[in-house]
Design a protein around this ligand. Structure first.
Ligand code: NA7
Length: 551
């Protein structure tokens, strides 16, 4: 029987212990823990036709994770860790999707999942102390716990360019790429956007297309990925030490097991600094930051030394000096927007079939039937690729009508920026748990590490409720306010406050400028959570089952 027909037998309200929204890393693991470890009656509701979340949707050419493969996986099951073989240094989208399908098969996770279905509303009912959940397929669930695993970058953004819908060629957003792929051969292609998705796809599309025009708004800092096949014997060595490696990652800043230097960029002379940067550049990826200097994230002068080093690499790589200058970032510090990890990105501009359009000096005026018109030029295209990013962190929440006590709308509550306690719970929204919600380390860390920490905490909390005969857990408004303040305080001295980034909501017109993820590091966050639990769930209050039953 298909999972959907199992769940959707009728439109009558189905009583459950928990509804989990999303079947990506978060939903898969939450389903395993709540259903199999705790024995709860759970339904997982997923908009896609299968598991995978981010990696189900983002199938654009070149899509890949920036975490090294051996760290971009679940660590909750030793056999699973040992048996999966990654083929590349960084995991590519098809391989991550295969991995998540393997996890779903191995733990039989699909049997209580309902695909092709979006949750449209979730209202907390103060009479029953349950969440009433509705879907676009007409399902109605009533559950004690509501868990969101809806991802941080799942709500795609296509800018509202005039005439956008008049284009008669093919157009795609990188975050909802056709499953059958796109044939670029012999075609005139535009890519708008040079974030991670643009930077990963541009070299691949350029190699296939007749001609590629890249429309760039902000030049970006990039560090080479040094991607390649993974050495099997090296992976075997890692696997022997997996427990210790993961334990180190769990207590690190970024969810990686790397040693982080404590050397200041200003403590060495120019020659030594250059040599250190060169070595870190050779290591590639996020190691460039971890291996080089400790104050790149916090000291503008130190940061400028890294910024200048990367600018010189761009100038050395791109042959046409005019094009190189357009690609050189000057208006924000290194690392203030998400650091991009590239493969052959700048080299791509040495190809004859690639043209860079700087839309700061020549802005897009409209999308036409045949292409894109800027202030100075008209371009004709067969395909337009929007690599224009996401309404990050809050966008997917805002698409669901979530209401807490007294009908309070989450969207309204978050109108001036997200308010959460630990990025996990919201005052006035009892028994709602957000996996990697705004205010948690989430996107600033290696995501599986953050997801496992959150799901484990939620699982332990449900056990606590059960053991103590408690019906509801709810964040105190004061604790929530103090956490939001802390999130802001921690971000203040970092580079993150010096750029128009999606971390700050700056890429979405009208979105409040609030720094959304927690920049204090995964290790510190984990310790804080542990302390809170040890202090009888400080900052939370509980409702006893008996009181709830009578209310
Ligand atoms: P990003 O990183 O948000 O990048 C989006 C890109 O699109 C970026 O270059 C933007 O320029 C550009 N953009 C956005 N809106 C416009 C408009 N209106 N006009 C022109 N250009 C625009 O999204 P990605 O999908 O690449 O990556 C998202 C995350 O996924 C990434 O950080 C990783 O965590 C994985 P801007 O820089 O805002 O000037």
């Amino acid at each position: 029987m298909d999972a959907r027909s199992e769940v959707n037998e009728s439109t009558a309200v189905r009583e459950l212990d928990a509804v989990i929204i999303g079947a990506g890393f978060s939903g898969l693991y939450a389903n395993h823990k709540l259903r199999d470890t705790l024995g709860l009656d759970v339904a997982v509701i997923e908009a896609g036709t299968d598991v995978g979340g981010t990696w189900y949707w983002n199938r654009y050419p070149g899509a890949r994770c920036d975490s090294e493969s051996y760290m971009y996986c679940f660590a909750f099951d030793r056999d699973l860790m040992q048996e999966w073989e990654w083929s590349g240094k960084y995991p590519e989208q098809p391989e991550i999707l295969r991995y998540l399908n393997h996890v779903a098969d191995r733990f039989d996770l699909r049997r209580n999942m309902q695909f092709n279905t979006r949750v449209t509303a979730a209202h907390f009912d103060e009479q029953t102390n349950r969440w009433d959940v509705e879907t676009d397929a007409g399902d109605r669930f009533r559950c004690r716990y509501l868990i969101t695993g809806i991802g941080c970058l799942s709500s795609g953004q296509i800018p509202d360019f005039p005439g956008r819908d008049s284009f008669e060629g093919e157009s795609y957003h990188t975050g909802s790429w056709p499953h059958e792929g796109v044939d670029f051969a012999g075609k005139r292609v535009a890519v708008i956007g040079t974030g991670s998705s643009g930077v990963q796809s541009i070299p691949v599309i350029a190699a296939e297309a007749d001609h590629l025009h890249v429309f760039q708004r902000t030049p970006q800092y990039m560090v080479p990925a040094r991607h390649g096949n993974i050495d099997k014997s090296a992976l075997d060595e890692i696997k022997k030490d997996y427990d210790a490696i993961y334990e180190k990652a769990r207590h690190s800043i970024g969810g990686f097991p790397y040693d982080v230097t404590d050397r200041s960029a200003l403590s060495v002379d120019d020659a030594e600094r250059q040599a250190i940067f060169e070595k870190a550049w050779e290591a590639g990826g996020f190691r460039f930051t971890f291996d080089s200097f400790s104050d790149l994230r916090t000291d503008l002068e130190a940061n400028e030394t890294a910024a200048e080093f990367i600018r010189s690499k761009i100038r050395q790589t791109v042959r046409d000096p005019e094009v190189a200058e357009k690609l050189v970032p000057i208006d924000h510090p290194f690392g203030s927007k998400r650091t991009l990890i590239d493969t052959n990105y700048f080299e791509t501009y040495n190809r004859d079939n690639v043209t860079l359009v700087d839309i700061n000096t020549d802005p897009i005026v409209e999308i036409t039937k045949t292409g894109i018109r800027t202030e100075q030029q008209q371009f004709d295209f067969d395909v337009i690729v929007y690599a224009t990013g996401f309404d990050a962190m809050t966008g997917s929440f805002n698409k669901i009508d979530i209401r807490g006590r007294q009908g309070e709308e989450l969207k309204e509550k978050w109108a001036a920026g997200p308010l959460t306690y630990l990025g996990l719970t919201v005052a006035g929204f009892p028994n709602l748990f957000m996996i990697t919600g705004p205010g948690s380390p989430s996107v600033l860390t290696n995501m599986p590490i953050a997801i496992e920490q959150h799901v484990d905490l939620v699982t332990d909390t449900i056990v606590h409720l059960r053991d103590e005969g408690l019906e509801l857990i709810e964040a105190d408004a004061d604790a929530e306010g103090a956490w939001v303040e802390h999130v802001n305080e921690v971000a203040k001295p970092t580079m993150f406050m010096h750029a128009n980034s999606w971390y700050l909501g700056a890429n979405v017109p009208g979105k409040p400028r609030v720094f959304m993820p927690y920049a204090g590091g995964m290790g510190a966050y984990r310790e804080r959570c542990e302390q809170i639990v040890a202090n009888d769930y400080e900052g939370f209050h509980f409702t006893k089952a008996s009181v709830a039953a009578n209310s």
